[in-house]
Design a protein around this ligand. Structure first.
Ligand SMILES: [Zn+2]
Length: 159
């Protein structure tokens, strides 16, 4: 997918959560009450990634992929709702970074994700502590998804 970073998101007004019952997340507002959209430059045009409720592969909470040629973030909305809000937001930014940078690197998506949260003022020290607690709890899954403490070690200073 030829795409490059343009803008990970915009913030606007809060939307309702009614769409969830239709099985469609549509925008991140449905998951944490903050209106965030994942915007990606693709072939010279800015497009907004689709966000849908579904079953991400590998048991993940969220997964950025391309569906019918269209960048899409699949959320397991039920699982997402179990996480503290800073962790939900981070997963949005992480998946959006995969799509916006066209990268499968977990280290890059982690770094760009937390960097964007900091840029947007969405990571107070209390929120960062919640995010750290979530990240360090993650088990190693494969060579890319290293264990949580190592992930945090690599991402905590991304600015
Ligand atoms: Zn990832």
């Amino acid at each position: 997918m030829p795409c490059k970073y343009l803008s990970l998101s915009g913030m606007g007004t809060t939307l309702s959560i009614a769409l969830l019952t239709a099985g469609n997340a549509q925008a991140f507002s449905d998951i944490d009450g903050t209106y965030l959209t994942c915007q990606i430059e693709q072939n010279g045009k800015v497009i907004q990634a689709a966000e849908i409720n579904g079953t991400p592969p590998g048991g993940f909470h969220a997964y950025g992929t391309v569906v019918n040629g269209y960048p899409t973030i699949i959320y397991d909305v039920y699982k997402m709702m179990q996480l503290p809000i800073p962790a939900r937001r981070f997963l949005f930014f992480h998946e959006c970074a995969h799509l916006a940078f066209g990268t499968s690197s977990e280290a890059t998506a982690n770094c760009e994700g937390i960097r964007e949260m900091r840029r947007k003022g969405m990571l107070s020290s209390a929120e960062e502590a919640q995010l750290r607690n979530y990240i360090v709890s993650l088990p190693a899954q494969d060579l890319e998804h290293v264990d949580g403490p190592l992930q945090w070690q690599r991402m905590k200073d991304c600015r």
